[in-house]
Design a binder for this molecule. Structure first.
Ligand code: DHB
Length: 305
């Protein structure tokens, strides 16, 4: 019998565990549909903000030896200016995660209330962006603020599950995770990009990114993701979307063993191509066959047993 690749728990109901994380392919319906057609189990929109915001000037992305640095600057049309997207999304046939951000706790609730009315499968809270001043990552490093955002969003999001996205920069990611769970979080995403890091242009001696510093993603951050997922799984009972450094099926299995129920596939789409969603799903399946694993529940959190 073929192994069962479906993921079904209180929050995730996906045909396979590969998920497009936020930020890699914008906020258009067509981009999300395309990634689903390439085999993703679910897709996440680029974070939606409280009002129109321009991103940083180019260059916003730099390739490094083992990953990417990016500082896009959370550009958004603003939640009030996305009617066309929501109209198209209302007819979608795929699970949608809507990532949101605010520059204050109240703004998170304002955006969440509107976005919840559009009925995505999950609302993800970006409390962990490293590339903005005064909001973003500092929210995700403070358990009180992370909990307050979660609680306020839960109060206005009705039945839509809420999933804060954690930063690896927190001193105590398990403590932040627990605070979010106690505030009502239904699931958690671990992790957002690492750093920020920097890359210099040796010709000019200057930073390559216009914002100088940027979040680090890609293969190099996998061990940090595995450790963070491991710590979050230990501290909480809610499902984890594990994100960070997955390049192939074995990486996905490793994040699941650490405690992830589903896994992000992001930076690797830039090197392997978008078809890697179905390829990685097949690699997970091959690994399961070789190791006599019938369903993913047998490996989720195995590192803790
Ligand atoms: C951006 C936001 C993020 O949450 C992240 O991890 C990387 C980049 C951004 O828009 O700059």
């Amino acid at each position: 019998m073929k192994p069962d690749l479906k993921i079904k728990n209180k929050v995730f109901d996906f045909r396979n565990p590969t998920v497009l994380p936020s930020g890699f392919y914008g906020e258009k319906f067509e981009e999300m549909q395309e990634i689903y057609n390439y085999g993703a189990g679910a897709v996440t929109l680029k974070s939606i903000g409280p009002r129109e915001k321009k991103g940083h000037p180019h260059p916003i992305i730099a390739k490094t030896e083992h990953g990417f640095l990016n500082a896009v600057g959370l550009p958004s049309p603003g939640y009030k200016n996305m009617e066309e997207l929501w109209q198209k999304m209302s007819k979608r046939k795929f699970p949608l995660i809507a990532s949101i951000y605010g520059t204050t706790i109240n703004e998170f609730a304002e955006v969440a209330e509107f976005v919840a009315s559009k009925k995505p499968e999950i609302i993800e809270l970006n409390i962990s962006c490293p590339n903005v001043e005064k909001f973003g990552m500092p929210f995700g490093c403070d358990s009180k603020i992370a909990a307050q955002i979660t609680e306020k969003v839960k109060n206005v999001s009705g039945k839509i599950p809420v999933m804060p996205k954690l930063t690896p920069q927190a001193n105590d990611i398990a403590g932040i995770a627990k605070a979010c769970e106690e505030a009502g979080a239904d699931a958690l995403t671990a992790i957002n990009s690492v750093g920020p890091g920097m890359k210099l242009d040796l010709k000019t001696g200057k930073p390559l990114l216009s914002f100088k510093k940027g979040g680090y993603t890609g293969a190099a951050i996998k061990p940090i993701a595995v450790r963070c997922i491991y710590d979050v799984f230990d501290a909480t009972e809610i499902p984890i979307l594990g994100v960070g450094g997955v390049s192939n099926g074995k990486d996905a299995v490793e994040l699941m063993m650490a405690g992830a129920s589903a896994v992000g596939v992001g930076s690797v789409t830039y090197t392997r191509g978008k078809q890697c969603f179905s390829e990685i799903t097949k690699e997970i399946e091959d690994w399961m066959i070789q190791n006599n694993v019938k369903k993913l529940d047998e490996i989720i959190g195995k590192a803790h047993k």
